[in-house]
Ligand binder design. Structure first.
Ligand SMILES: [Fe+2]
Ligand SMILES: [Mn+2]
Length: 327
């Protein structure tokens, strides 16, 4: 079933749909005023139909109670709530450090009137796995915004291998060689890939064709590393000077996306200095630099990433960084 969202997302009368992704706000109730200003000027300039908080939304160590999380979110989403702009979120590694039960953590986000985020249940790893269809003039889904939770990390390689073997028989490809990167951030699990695959098939059946999608998640797949290592071959614009090792564990999301061939772009945060646009194997890859000012980064690069889709041909979308310094 393709679930209904709290607010139906639709292309505008002029045929456009504008998405603003803001990652690594990494703030709390003890925030730097420049971080709040950064969110406000981005919303002003982007004029978005949907905002996606791209993970590391809060600085996990500075949030210790439900009330603090609510207060933090009230502060940083008030510009969206006031203007009635739908917003969604994915969790990043620092969000997973918040010492609040993940169910409660998610329900606090979803309790905000303009929050259109959803979640998977206990049968799928992570929480912020969901799909947001965007409807055209004929009331058909013409674009899909996908969100995936890249989790915290895994406790042991054994945990990940067990998970893979439980679900592996349904995977349409051979899993990647298991990396030795345990200890780095982020992990995707086979059940998340299967969730995406099943929803993608369902959406295709419902609409009668593949629906182009933008996938938003905190930590990028190895294709981002490939682009970084051969910039002349893959990178079109932007900065790529911050070292990135990819997800610690990934059963092969990128291969699955190529197999399904409906995802046209992947947008990630996590690195705070990188903000490139690249293309690998026909999928466009995007990084946005950090939107917050209290975490490490380059002030001149801080901001968010705007995507502009057109319902006539969503695959030909435009994207650019919006910087906040000096605005
Ligand atoms: Fe971060
Ligand atoms: Mn991160």
């Amino acid at each position: 079933m393709i679930e209904k969202t709290k607010h139906k997302l639709k292309f505008r009368e002029d045929g456009t749909f504008r998405v603003l992704m803001m990652s690594d706000l990494q703030e709390s109730t003890q925030y730097d005023p420049r971080s709040l200003r950064s969110v406000e000027v981005l919303v002003d300039e982007a004029d978005p139909d949907l905002v996606v908080f791209g993970g590391d939304n809060c600085n996990g160590h500075e949030i210790s109670s439900d009330e603090e999380l609510k207060e933090f979110l009230s502060i940083f989403t008030s510009v969206l709530e006031t203007r009635q702009i739908p917003w969604a979120h994915v969790f990043g590694n620092h969000d997973h450090e918040v010492p609040i039960d993940i169910e409660v953590h998610q329900s606090i986000y979803e309790s905000f009137p303009m929050c259109v985020s959803s979640h998977t249940g206990d049968d799928v790893h992570g929480k912020t796995n969901f799909l947001l269809p965007v409807y055209n003039k004929n009331d058909e889904p013409a674009l899909a915004i996908w969100c995936l939770d890249t989790n915290y990390t895994v406790d042991s390689k054994q945990e990940w291998i067990c998970e893979l073997s439980r679900n592996g028989s349904r995977l349409p490809f051979e899993p990647n060689t298991i990396s030795n990167d345990i200890g780095f951030w982020g992990a995707l699990f086979a059940d998340q890939l299967l969730w995406y695959n099943d929803k993608s098939v369902e959406l295709e059946k419902l609409v009668g064709r593949k629906v182009p999608g933008l996938l938003c998640m905190h930590i990028g797949v190895k294709a981002f590393c490939l682009a970084q290592s051969s910039p002349k071959d893959y990178i079109k614009s932007g900065n790529y000077d911050e070292v990135f090792n990819g997800l610690a564990l990934d059963p092969g999301l990128f291969e699955m996306l190529k197999h399904r061939s409906d995802i046209i772009g992947i947008s990630c945060g996590h690195t705070h200095r990188n903000d490139f646009e690249a293309e690998v194997d026909g999928i466009r890859l995007f990084w946005d630099a950090s939107v917050g000012y209290r975490c490490y980064g380059v002030d001149e690069r801080r901001g968010g990433r705007l995507f502009i889709f057109n319902e006539k041909n969503p695959t030909e979308f435009k994207s650019r960084m919006i910087r906040t310094l000096g605005k």
